[in-house]
Design a protein around this ligand. Structure first.
Ligand SMILES: C[S@@+](CC[C@H](N)C(=O)[O-])C[C@H]1O[C@@H](n2cnc3c(N)ncnc32)[C@H](O)[C@@H]1O
Length: 410
């Protein structure tokens, strides 16, 4: 008999019975997608992996602890046959054929009436890849095709414009600490779809070079602001471009809401009636120490971490920080924008009881090719910053976590 290609289709399984025979690795891999599709899953298997068992415990699936028996597929819409017993699989397959239930077989693709495609998702579309026919089956190739398409859509190297859902407006995108790989998938996609990008000095600036030539890239630091404050000028630029019907990305370093003025921009846009979406980012406060081998918490060492801004000195009347309280904390203190004031900050912490021996690390330009880490103690940090010429941007970590990483190889 000639072999025809498989006919691709999307099954809408909400509330429909799907029978899974066998509770091993195959079921473990396939069940999440069946549950996500809203299927009413009955698992029939004497045993199951701990993950599958957990799905039954939480009531996401129904589990009958027994082997397959004739009649199990009677009222099913779809079945996944994956027991470790080939003879039971063959009997179940035959039953599926009789009841016209499409059956996937984990042990024998030739005998199956349905195949599971390699699937992936990217913002509103499901990519499903099937081998054309059984002879050409090469699951690793289908998975590679799926990965190429999904990754391409995610990172913007494969551009597929949205025709229905793309609305003008502003996306406040947290770009992460600087390494272009550390932006979120959603941020990267919005960047690939933007008409205008208004970018900060910090964040993944390398990504700007990859944007297509029609995209207008505006350096936020260079927006002329005349009689306005810089932030107002940025807000106005966002509003003006969005009003012209363009998709605007406001690309920020780290997370938009961590010392990022994200909410100020959101308010300004809301007042102007401009739709705005906020995409979280990986904040430098956690990722930059991590990139330099410093965990902000560590079992038995630090049970809390506090992130503060050091842009004004402790005795400055504009400071909102209770430095004496911070000096009493036993956990980790992460200071952003603190290079200039670190001497005064260290003095204040020591004056309120923090040990002068407390380890301190300064991580400059974390996650970029220029990253460097300089170590000190509270007693020495002011001198070390000058001697080592530490410059912003840097994240300063104060606490015993600085010393818990493995020693560098000699
Ligand atoms: C205005 S704050 C913005 C923080 C950002 N929203 C975040 O979540 O990471 C700027 C400060 O973040 C820190 N910073 C941001 N990116 C950094 C990086 N790659 N390396 C070191 N410090 C960084 C520095 O302390 C810098 O002065």
């Amino acid at each position: 008999m000639a072999e025809h290609p498989a006919y691709p289709v999307g099954l809408r399984l909400t509330g429909r019975k799907v029978v899974v025979l066998g509770g091993g690795q195959v079921a473990q891999r396939r069940l999440p997608a069946l549950m996500a599709a809203g299927a009413d899953v009955l698992l029939v298997s004497p045993a199951a992996t701990p993950s599958v068992e957990a799905m039954a415990d939480t009531g996401e699936i129904t589990w009958e602890r027994r082997p397959y028996r004739e009649g199990d597929l009677e009222d099913a819409w779809y079945a996944l046959i994956a027991t470790s017993d080939p003879e039971a699989n063959a009997r179940a397959s035959a039953e599926g054929e009789r009841h016209r239930v499409w059956c996937v077989r984990s042990d024998d693709a030739d005998a199956a009436t349905a195949w599971t495609p390699a699937t992936g998702h990217s913002e509103g579309v499901t990519v499903a890849v099937l081998t054309t026919n059984a002879k050409g089956r090469d699951p690793r190739h289908t998975a590679a095709v799926r990965d190429a398409v999904v990754e391409g859509l995610r990172d913007g190297t494969l551009v597929a414009p949205h025709y229905r859902t793309r609305t003008p407006g502003v996306a406040l995108v947290g770009g992460g600490p600087g390494d272009p790989d550390l932006i979120t998938v959603r941020g990267r996609r919005l960047l690939a779809e933007a008409d205008v990008v208004i970018a900060d000095r910090l964040g993944p600036r390398d990504l700007l070079a990859e944007l297509p030539p029609h995209v207008e890239v505006i350096d936020a630091a260079k927006i002329p602001y005349g009689r306005f404050m810089a932030q107002e000028a940025i807000n106005n630029a966002l509003i003006e471009h969005a009003k012209q019907g363009r998709s605007v990305v406001r690309l920020k370093g780290g997370d938009p809401y961590v010392f990022g003025r994200g909410m100020e921009e959101l308010h300004a846009l809301a007042e102007a009636g401009i739709p705005c979406t906020v995409v979280p980012g990986i904040s430098s406060s956690i990722s930059v120490p991590g990139a330099a081998g410093i965990p902000v918490t560590h079992r038995g060492v630090a049970h809390e971490f506090t992130v503060v801004s050091g842009h004004v000195a402790p005795d400055d009347e504009r400071s909102l920080i209770d430095w004496p309280a911070l000096a009493r904390l036993t956990g980790t203190l992460v200071i952003l924008m603190g290079v200039d004031k670190i001497g005064r900050i260290a003095e204040t912490l020591m004056a309120h009881g923090k040990s002068p021996e407390t380890p301190v690390a300064l991580v400059q330009e974390g996650t970029t090719a220029a990253q460097r880490r300089v170590d000190a103690t509270l007693a020495t940090v002011a001198e070390v910053v000058v001697a080592e010429d530490v410059k912003p941007p840097a994240v300063i970590v104060v606490g015993e976590v600085v010393a818990v990483g493995p020693k560098p190889l000699a």
